[in-house]
Design a protein around this ligand. Structure first.
Ligand code: SF4
Length: 217
C-alpha cells in the first residue's frame, strides 16, 4: 500500500530549478540506446546518484512504471501538484515502446503541462516508432541525444531536435540544435548552441532550465 502513497514526482535540482518537476528511473539499466561515451560521462551514475537512498528511490520509481495504474497515478499527481513543466528522465531513458506509450497517455491527458526529455533510444528499432509518435505531441519537446558514437540520425521526425554531447574540442555537427559540454570543455569558445547553464556567462548569471527554457519551448 505504501507504494501508492509516495509521490512519483520530485522537484528539479540546482541545474533545473525548483519550478520544474522531474521523473527519473535508474540510468544505464533503462538506457538501451546508451553509448560507451555517454555511459562514461553520465552524471546520473555519480555524486548524489550514488547515495543508497537515491538508488532505492530510482528503483522504486522503476517498479511503478510496471504497475497497471502508473498512467492514472501520474496524471492525478501532475494535476494535484500543479505541475507546469515536467522533465521526463533526469536519469534513465525510454526503455520500451510500451513505456513510451504510457507517457503518450499521460501527456495527452495533461494538455496544460509542458513536457520535455532527451533520449538515445531512437537507436533501438523496436522503440523508434513509438518515440516518433511521442514527438508529435505539441505539449512535449523531445530531443534525440547524439554523440560521436551515435552520429546524426538518418531520419529525424519533424518536431524532434538534436542534442549533442561534445567530448572533444572538434566542432559539433552542424545539425545539432543544442550542445552539452563536460566540465573539461567548458572553456572552449562559446557557441550559440551550447547549453546556457554550461557557459561561463550562464554560470555567472546562475542560469537554470527554469529561467532559460530553451529545451521545452
Ligand atoms: S539549454 Fe537551457 S533549458 Fe536546456 S538544459 Fe541548458 S539551461 Fe536547461
Amino acid at each position: 500500500m505504501l507504494d501508492s502513497y509516495r509521490s512519483l514526482l520530485q522537484y528539479g535540482n540546482s541545474k533545473l530549478g525548483r519550478a520544474i518537476h522531474v521523473w527519473s528511473i535508474p540510468a544505464i539499466d533503462t538506457c538501451p540506446g546508451s553509448t560507451a561515451l555517454c555511459r562514461k560521462l553520465c552524471y546520473a551514475t555519480r555524486h548524489r546518484f550514488r547515495f543508497e537512498s537515491v538508488r532505492r528511490r530510482l528503483a522504486w520509481n522503476r517498479r511503478q512504471c510496471d504497475r497497471s495504474d502508473f498512467v492514472e497515478r501520474m496524471i492525478a499527481e501532475i494535476r494535484s501538484s500543479g505541475v507546469l513543466v515536467l522533465r521526463i528522465h533526469v536519469a534513465g531513458d525510454f526503455y520500451s515502446a510500451a513505456y513510451v506509450r504510457k507517457w503518450i497517455a499521460v501527456i495527452k491527458a495533461s494538455p496544460r503541462v509542458r513536457f520535455y526529455g532527451y533520449t538515445r533510444s531512437w537507436q533501438i528499432a523496436s522503440i523508434a516508432p513509438a518515440l516518433a509518435e511521442l514527438s508529435r505531441l505539441g505539449a512535449l519537446r523531445l530531443w534525440y541525444s547524439i554523440d560521436a558514437e551515435t552520429g546524426v540520425p538518418r531520419i529525424v521526425p519533424p518536431r524532434v531536435r538534436l542534442a549533442y554531447l561534445q567530448t572533444t574540442p572538434a566542432s559539433p555537427p552542424e545539425q545539432a540544435h543544442l550542445v552539452f559540454r563536460p566540465q573539461q570543455l567548458r572553456n572552449l569558445p562559446e557557441l550559440p548552441t551550447v547549453c546556457d547553464h554550461e557557459t561561463p556567462a550562464g554560470k555567472q548569471l546562475r542560469v537554470t532550465c527554469g529561467s532559460c527554457s530553451r529545451c521545452f519551448r
